[in-house]
Ligand binder design. Structure first.
Ligand code: DP6
Length: 320
């Protein structure tokens, strides 16, 4: 009655920001992401008959604040009459810092919990379950390029393109490894309620999705770069105009954007994207990765660099 699964975080190129149904965690907008391969979360779920309650260990340390969300995730996968579980989650990158650790953690937890109880679900059904806990987690059930749609009555994710079909690289510039002040869940709800730009954001998303999907399908880097940067900056504009304003960037975040702009000016195929945190993700063609890595590493304020190719879907490691 235990199982271990691994999932990789995914980075949205067209962002999910806002919910149309908070209760069911249905997104207000569709999103398109790439799953990374170098960053991962490994989750072990052990169902124990005589445990008095669920227990969560994050990187070896007991964690109470995250426990209600984990228990709710287990309830969704296993039903509320389940045995309590000991859950151990280990990530090889900073957590809660805008690097999509909740996406990889809840994707892996969903796969591990189902396997520990010997339940078999399709990837689509696992994505639906993971996405009900954290929207972005649904996309980590798929490798390469994935699209999370906002239509219909449930969470729907589909694969757009396998990683080997268009092997982009991602350079992550970590400017502040500590946890971010506001969770995405809280921040996006605040945006929906208070930002004067929120409605326009939702209205324009279909267009951005169409442009990005077409760019991916024809492997058009310039088209993907332009629409991904535009979509990212729009999401941050929605946040900046919320009350209270949410500015996740720091001075080094801005310097990284300037580095990317300089590289682009020199003809380098690279673009940036930023999530609800101060880290900058630079997406580039494989031939440019060393140049982008060096330029970002030499940008003042960058504390750590991680590079990654595109990765595969969440998967089971063992079950017994
Ligand atoms: C900025 O998936 O963390 O990374 O569904 O409330 O758990 P919840 O939100 P979450 O939000 C991710 C926001 C984002 C953009 C994205 O990944 O699409």
């Amino acid at each position: 009655m235990q199982a271990t699964a691994i999932a990789q975080p995914n980075i949205a190129l067209i962002k999910y920001w806002g919910k149309r149904d908070v209760e069911r965690n249905l997104p207000a907008v569709g999103s398109i992401s790439i799953t990374l391969c170098a960053l991962y979360t490994e989750v072990n779920v052990e169902l124990v008959a005589d445990l008095p309650g669920d227990v969560l260990l994050v990187n070896g340390v007991e964690n109470q604040p995250m426990l209600p969300r984990v228990s709710a995730c287990l309830d969704r996968v296993l039903g509320e009459k389940r045995a309590f579980a000991r859950v151990a989650s280990d990530s090889n990158f900073p957590i809660a810092a805008g690097l999509a650790s909740s996406a990889s953690a809840f994707a892996a937890m969903t796969v591990a919990a189902a396997a520990a109880a010997n339940l078999s679900y399709t990837s689509e059904a696992l994505a639906r379950l993971a996405g009900a806990t954290s929207g972005s987690a649904a996309r980590s059930l798929f490798g390469g390029y994935a699209e999370l749609s906002n239509s219909g009555d449930t969470i729907n994710v589909s694969s757009l393109c396998e990683p080997e079909s268009w092997p982009l690289e991602v350079v992550v510039a970590i400017t502040e490894p500590g946890p971010k002040p506001t969770s995405s869940t809280v921040a996006m709800e605040l945006s929906r309620q208070t930002s004067p730009f929120y409605d326009r954001w939702v209205l324009q998303q279909e267009h951005d999705l169409d442009v990005a999907r077409a760019a991916i399908l024809k492997r058009d880097f310039a088209q993907l770069a332009t629409i991904a940067e535009h979509n990212c900056l729009k999401m941050h504009s929605v946040m900046w105009a919320s009350r209270p304003p949410m500015v996740f960037w720091n001075a080094a975040t801005m310097r990284c954007l300037q580095t990317v702009r300089r590289l682009q000016g020199e003809g380098c195929n690279v673009f940036f994207t930023i999530d609800a945190g101060p880290q900058v993700k630079a997406v580039c063609l494989p031939a440019e990765v060393e140049r982008v890595r060096l330029a970002l590493a030499n940008t003042p304020g960058v504390q750590k660099i991680m590079t990654s190719s595109l990765g595969s879907a969440a998967r089971l490691v063992n079950a017994a």
